[in-house]
Design a protein around this ligand. Structure first.
Ligand code: SF4
Length: 215
């Protein structure tokens, strides 16, 4: 059984899949407490309902879309997420799995498109990154740095330099917390320092700024 917060259909707001119609399976419970968390309603493990993999798949079957993202909360807290990934891949879904980077991705089919957060100091939870995951990365996986301020930008550059051998040409996303870090300033810094990363603004928060869930 999995602790499910919500299932919804929307446009993918992040990653290289941004803009595409996507089903979201949001699991409940998280082991972190990021300063900028916008899904507080899914952080508590008592926020969800216990459902089986079969029930989740049945709920997804009503939609004509083949892209699905498993997110949270932190999905890797629930061991049965591996079975959900396997089932969705068997059904030919393109599966994205967004994780906060603190837990091991071992044991999950690497065919999934991992979007792995690297928490910066501005998140207030930066010490939790599971460095061993860097040895398990595959070319289609993606790393995401959410930046609260310029200090986070320079911290991220240092991280990329330090782990250049493991990260290689992996898709890397720089995403500013727009309430404290102007996107244009981040863009200037990326150009000035010739950063080989993708600047990304959360599409869903720009389309639906007043909607805090289901988008
Ligand atoms: S990892 Fe995600 S869900 Fe958990 S506290 Fe951070 S932003 Fe919120």
């Amino acid at each position: 059984m999995l602790n499910l917060s919500e299932i919804f259909y929307s446009l993918q707001g992040e990653s290289t899949f941004a803009g595409l119609p996507c089903l979201f399976v949001r699991l409940a419970g998280c082991n972190l407490d990021c300063s900028y968390c916008d899904t507080g309603y899914a952080r508590s493990p008592v926020a969800g309902e216990m459902v089986s993999v079969a029930e989740i798949v049945a709920r997804l079957a009503g939609y004509q879309v083949s892209l699905v993202e498993i997110t949270g909360g932190e999905p890797l807290l629930q061991p049965e997420v591996a079975g959900l990934v396997d089932k969705l891949l068997d059904l030919n879904f393109t599966v994205l799995l967004e994780t906060n980077g603190s837990l091991s991705i071992a044991g999950i089919d690497p065919g999934v498109f991992f979007i792995i957060d690297v928490k910066t100091p501005g998140s207030k939870v930066a010490t939790g990154f599971n460095v061993a995951n860097l040895t398990l990365l595959q070319p289609h996986h993606q790393l995401k740095f959410v930046m609260v301020d310029e200090a986070d930008f320079f911290w991220s550059l240092d991280f990329l330099t330090q782990h250049k051998a493991e990260i290689g040409q992996l898709e890397t996303i720089f995403s500013p917390v727009v309430s404290s870090f102007a996107p244009a300033r981040l863009a200037e810094l990326m150009l000035e320092h010739q950063v080989n990363a993708r600047l990304q603004l959360q599409l869903h928060t720009r389309l639906w700024p007043d909607c805090d869930r289901g988008r």
